[in-house]
Ligand binder design. Sequence first.
Ligand code: HEC
Length: 135
Amino acid sequence: MSHIKWAMLIATMMVSMTAHAAEVLRIEIPPEIQSQVRMLGCDACHGWTRTKFGPAWQDVADRYRGQTSYAYKGFNIDSEGEKLPLVAGLVKKISKGGKGEWNEYIPMAPNDPQGIHAKEITNIVNFILSIPPKK
Ligand code: HEC
């Protein structure tokens, strides 16, 4: 193998190792949650501890820790929103989409407009909210 190929291989390994190290939570992610996140394509925009287009789920857990309700505003960020219990509110936000909570410019498109995956999304939200604070 040429020097260049070795250098590329090592660089690739280092990148994947850092990416992995950055994804460490203080709770184990159940395999069914991992596969639901992949199946629904959430991981294209969210990392567990890394901000992508959307917030890192560690940050979501920290933000809503101790709260019981959520005002769902959808795309109408100047509205007061629909007051819902926290889990139901976040499930609605993910299903129907919306913007303005984390970033003024990047919305989250509807992920489940028909409510077909309500069960999986509810599971994911419950797990996100169970993520303990960072060390
Ligand atoms: C196309 C990119 C994209 C995909 C796919 C996506 N999201 Fe998001 N998500 C975002 C963005 C952007 C935000 C921030 C929206 C805002 O600022 O209100 C967000 C916000 C969130 C929030 C915080 C909501 C709030 O109001 O605080 C949660 C929780 C979340 N997403 C979970 C999910 C889950 C679960 C999935 C998969 C079913 C998913 N997202 C798929 C981009 C995405």
